[in-house]
Design a protein around this ligand. Structure first.
Ligand code: S3P
Length: 455
């Protein structure tokens, strides 16, 4: 039984279900709808607390937001129609909200303050402050951390900016600011590709993003450009299910033999779905059934592909080494495409022949918590052999995990990855603070999990 934080091992997972809307896509749909000049209905909007923060910030800025179950109706005011908020904008735990809203606010002729919880106020913000100041906004911070006091400017100055870290939030922040600049704003990305929801979403709302990819470059260089000033056009759409939530179920099902799960309507954007290839490369039986068409690569609403996933549990014994000849290593340009899945992949790695090594992932240290340190501590507590690196970790494989007291450290993905580890371990585990923090991305997580567990 699962209660707030106690988890017993499971025999297998079986069932068919759909997931709440993708968190990354929901944030962007809400922001762009608010910047448009009309009404947009966003169906299957994420139930995540982070996405609710985005909605409350937008309504504080004058957009009209009506929530009706899983749908959100946003009446935009146009990118010139936002008004100065009376209070600071509280982004809670949400890095996507604060970094992307900073881009929107940089182009306004009023002052505003973005802040958040203790975790968010400890995260690095210079990565958005620097480009936005080059575009003419004035931003004061606490030594590069929130609260951010933004004095916007209109029009902004167009820039060509090379990001120092591969970050979709930074790319999106600059492209959103670019809508309010006069001329062409370009973002250069190395070490990616990062998720491309903003580029797809801007196209859906009527503003094309020109993208150049140098695929053969080993460092993977891309350039994204928008022409400003640009006006978005209101448009309805349905958000696909969140693949980053699906992976926790997929991992547990892959490890527990006899499992069979179908997860319907999952977003299959290639910049997010690399995790499916990683599962397959590790020997898991993961299939895309009934994709929108063409293996899920055709675009649906918000220009996003989606489809149904099926996972058959072959058991831990079937999990085999990655066949890249580099001893089960996830590193380089792949990291940006797996960034949110790495704690869960580390758990999966404890069951794989030869284990798993993750490098080039120092960004994990500045997520909602230090996810390298949290993952290392929790897996060690369960008896796994783990080595910690500044930029990653290595887990030994074929380990029988044992139930333990685990700490989510207030981080939703650490809580869910720990829950997967607990399901496949021997004996009971207890995860401190798990129920509370899963709400950041997936409040229904434990309820859905309970509904598919067979003991
Ligand atoms: C996100 C980008 C990633 C990811 C986060 C959501 C987004 O962050 O980890 O959960 O929606 O753009 P970074 O941009 O910091 O890599």
């Amino acid at each position: 039984m699962i209660d707030d934080m106690r988890i017993q091992p499971a025999r297998r997972l079986r069932g068919r279900f759909a997931l709440p809307g993708d968190k990354s896509i929901s944030h962007r749909a809400a922001m762009m709808a608010a910047l448009s000049g009309g009404r947009s209905r966003i169906k299957n909007y994420a139930t995540s607390e982070d996405c609710a923060r985005t909605l409350s910030c937008l309504s504080q800025l004058g957009a009209v937001v009506e929530r009706d179950g899983a749908s959100v109706l946003v009446t935009g005011v146009g990118e010139r129609g936002l008004s100065a908020p009376a209070e600071p904008l509280d982004c809670g735990n949400s890095g996507s909200t604060i970094r992307m809203m900073a881009g929107v606010l940089a182009g306004q002729e009023f002052a505003s303050t973005l802040t958040g919880d203790d975790s968010l106020r400890a995260r690095p913000m210079r990565r958005v402050i620097e480009p936005l100041e080059l575009m003419g906004a004035r931003i004061s911070s606490q030594a590069g951390r929130a609260p951010l006091e933004i004095m916007g400017r209109r029009p902004l100055l167009p820039v060509t900016y090379e990001m120092p870290v591969a970050s979709a939030q930074v790319k999106s922040c600059i492209l959103l600011a670019g809508l309010m600049a006069e001329g062409r704003t370009s973002v250069i990305e190395r070490g990616g590709p990062t998720r491309d929801h903003t580029e797809r979403m801007l196209g859906w709302f009527g503003v094309p993003v020109e993208t150049t990819r140098y695929r053969n470059d080993p460092g993977s260089v891309s350039t994204f450009s928008v022409e400003g000033p640009a006006q978005l056009l209101a448009r309805d759409g349905t958000v696909p299910g969140d693949i980053s939530s699906a992976v926790f179920f997929m991992a547990a099902a892959a490890i527990l033999p006899g499992s069979e799960l179908e997860i319907t309507g999952v977003g299959l954007n290639p910049t997010r779905a690399r995790v499916l290839e990683t599962f397959r490369a590790l020997g898991a039986d993961v299939r895309v059934t009934d994709a929108t068409s063409n293996e899920g690569l055709d675009e649906g609403d918000f220009n996003e592909p989606s489809g149904d996933l099926k996972v058959i549990g072959l058991g831990a014994g079937s999990l085999s080494p990655l066949e890249d000849g580099r001893s089960n290593l996830l590193s380089g340009a792949l990291i940006a495409q797996l960034i949110d899945e790495l704690p869960m992949l580390a758990v999966l790695g404890t069951q794989v022949e030869g284990g798993l090594t993750i490098r080039d992932a120092s960004e994990l240290r500045v997520k909602e918590t230090d996810r390298i340190s949290a993952t290392v501590a929790n897996l060690r507590a369960m008896g796994a052999e783990v080595e910690e690196y500044e930029d990653g970790l290595a887990v030994a494989g074929q380990t029988r995990l044992r139930g333990a007291r685990l700490d989510a450290r207030g981080d939703h993905r650490i809580a869910m990855a720990s829950a997967v580890a607990a399901l496949v371990a021997d004996g009971e585990s207890e995860i401190e603070g798990a129920q509370e923090c899963v709400g950041v991305s997936f409040p229904e997580f434990f309820r859905v999990l309970e509904s598919v567990i067979e003991r």
